[in-house]
Design a protein. Structure first.
Length: 634
């Protein structure tokens, strides 16, 4: 908040807490207000009374993965677990009268480095770095007050990138409509942010920069409280957030505050993400605690779902913060207890709001102020389940895993992959060893154990799943013998092998089938062996065989009998000859291009060396000669 409010908030205090959000013990110790503290390692939470600093508003604290307290930070500086200012830890740029003055985020891929982000009450947005490997494990500040941009509001929030490793640091410029998303990776903070211009300008007029910024448990929604006379008079706002890109979109005004009336300050999502809470209460006006059902059917329904209660008045209400026990806590300045929303997933009065029901002090000098600790949202994209397979002899049908979801009060939020890449673990099968289908099948050539890999492609990070497939019994490997091309009206016998019993698509159940299609036709034959069935699909191409008539010449002393097909021809010409003789090929200029011996019976002539065009065939038995026209196509 701005300096104009300091006179309303009693003695300046420093707030710091370590929060343990769902499944994260790093957030289990809270330090906040004027020397106040709570640990959520017990149920119910118990008081901590060893704090040595205070803050009017924003603060942050952090513990290790086992819940052991490490340090806290505010505008006063960074204090170690002995509650002593760290080396180089004083003089941070954050302002004790800033709503979310400090926030601690562990650097991805590093167990020792922590970034402390600070907001001023209209000033620089900056970060400092704490190295916990120094000072015998108590930590020291190695980088201090590195400025990311010059004029910020009092808001900041952190959420994991959907790759499960990086972190988005989201803040908002002052005198601007821009959200600013910086990406923190194992290499450090990216100084080039993602900007989202949306939701109206937050001006630098009195109080406009105050109010919390929060992201929903599934990482999909961002909520903002704006105090003061900006953005339609201040109020509560809901947006979409993209954990892959850091972009804020789709602004919705939930509740418009009118200038000089109650001003929006605290905001928080329920653990299941179905409800949003907002709190007002400055200048001794009647405070309000609002609840919205953000799972309502549409935006008008969300706005209309607002349920409001009026806590005791003549008090200054501050931050809302979700804790690892599934409850939401509300701080009221100068009180020695926190107020609690006991059942935040439930609607209306069932939320179970209880005023000042969690005491943390009986000492007059230990009180709450307007701030509660600011934590990173622990959201991580759910890991996929294993894929499934059905083995039938050596044929395996694969199915992808069900879509990973984040279960919320609205619905299960799916994370569909953008593609699939299968490797069946049999390189000898060549191009058949991989597939991009969602549910492919693969026929293995030999018994054995194969390691199958599935890569689920998505915009965040690819998930790789691997599992073994055992092939113990070999099934049939059907093969079909017969011509690929026949002349229209011809009848040929096709033979299948590789199984012990067969069934053709025309109903024949023997190993042979006589086929006489009049059009190009696709046939299927199934072979069964060892209790498994495998199908073979093949095509019989029908050619009209025009341009090369039958070679039978009636009334001649010695007929040249047989057939030449197909025509037009692609790469292979069939000649069924009733005689033994010769074959010659000429181009249209009469130049001889080819000569070969012609056998009685079926002959195959390779035409692949010929260019597209028209050619003349000469067939001779030594006595009679016949010239025919052949068309070569590509």
């Amino acid at each position: 908040m701005k300096n104009a409010y300091k006179s309303l908030l009693l003695t300046p205090v420093f707030i710091l807490f370590s929060s343990k959000t769902i499944a994260q013990l790093e957030n289990s110790n809270w330090y906040f207000g004027q020397f106040a503290g709570l640990t959520f390692s017990t149920s119910p939470p118990t008081a901590i009374i060893n704090s040595t600093f205070s803050s009017v508003e924003g603060c942050a604290s952090i513990s290790d993965i086992n819940g052991n307290f490490l340090f806290y930070a505010s505008a006063q500086g960074v204090y170690n677990s002995n509650h002593v200012l760290m080396a180089n830890g004083g003089g941070l740029f954050g302002d004790g009268s800033s709503t979310q003055a400090s926030m601690i985020v562990k650097q991805p891929g590093n167990n020792s480095l922590y970034c402390v982000f600070t907001t001023s009450a209209i000033g620089a947005y900056a970060y400092s770095i704490v190295d916990m490997s120094l000072a015998a494990g108590l930590g020291s500040v190695t980088v201090k007050n590195s400025i990311l941009y010059s004029l910020t509001t009092e808001k900041q929030v952190a959420v994991r990138h959907c790759n499960g490793k990086d972190v988005w640091i989201v803040s908002h410029e002052i005198n601007s409509d821009k959200f600013v998303s910086h990406r923190l990776t194992s290499s450090g903070i990216n100084p080039s942010p993602i900007f989202s211009s949306i939701g109206g300008v937050i001006s630098s007029t009195t109080g406009a920069g105050a109010g919390q910024l929060k992201i929903s448990p599934d990482g999909k929604k961002l909520a903002m409280a704006v105090s003061g006379n900006s953005v339609n008079g201040g109020g509560f706002y809901l947006f979409d957030f993209n954990t892959a890109t850091g972009i804020v979109s789709n602004s919705l005004v939930l509740y418009d505050q009118i200038l000089n009336q109650n001003w929006a300050y605290g905001i928080e999502f329920s653990p299941d993400g179905s409800k949003l809470y907002g709190c007002t209460g400055f200048f001794n006006l009647q405070p309000e605690l609002h609840q919205w059902n953000i799972c309502a059917a549409n935006n008008p329904a969300i706005i209309a779902s607002r349920y409001t209660i009026n806590p005791p008045g003549s008090l200054t209400y501050g931050s809302l913060q979700r804790a690892i026990d599934g409850k939401i806590y509300l701080t009221v300045s100068s009180q020695q207890s926190l107020s609690v929303i006991n059942n935040p997933n439930l609607s209306g009065a069932a939320m179970g709001f209880s005023f000042n029901s969690l005491p943390f002090s009986t000492t007059a000098s230990i009180t709450a102020r307007m701030g509660l600790p600011n934590f990173i949202n622990p959201y991580i994209k759910p890991s996929p389940q294993p894929f499934t397979n059905t083995v039938a002899c050596n044929q395996v049908n694969f199915s992808p895993p069900p879509l990973p979801t984040f279960s919320s009060g609205c619905s299960s939020t799916p994370y569909p992959p953008s593609g699939y890449l299968w490797d069946f673990g049999e390189p000898s099968s060549g191009t058949s060893n991989t597939s991009t289908a969602s549910s492919p099948n693969h026929v293995y050539a030999a018994p054995g154990t194969y390691t199958v890999k599935l890569v689920l492609l998505n915009a965040c990070t690819n998930d790789t799943l691997m599992q073994a497939v055992n092939i113990t019994t070999m099934g049939p490997t059907p093969a079909v013998a017969g011509p690929d091309v026949i002349c229209k009206g011809d009848r040929y016998t096709y033979t299948v092998s590789g199984g012990t019993s067969y069934l053709w698509s025309n109903g024949v159940s023997t190993s042979t089938a006589a086929l006489q299609p009049t059009l190009t036709t696709v046939y299927t034959v199934s072979a069964t062996a060892n209790g498994c069935t495998q199908s073979k699909t093949f095509t019989v191409n029908v050619s009209p065989c025009l341009g090369i008539e039958d070679l039978e010449t009636a009334g001649t002393p010695m007929a040249i009998g047989g057939k030449v097909y197909p025509n037009p021809v692609l790469n292979e010409l069939k000649i069924e000859s009733a005689f033994e003789g010769s074959l010659k090929v000429f181009d249209l200029s009469g130049r001889e291009l080819h000569q070969s011996h012609l056998l009685q019976g079926e002959n195959t002539f390779d035409t692949s060396f010929l260019n597209t065009g028209v050619y003349s065939l000469q067939l001779s038995n030594g006595t009679l000669t016949r010239h025919l026209r052949m068309v070569k196509v590509e």
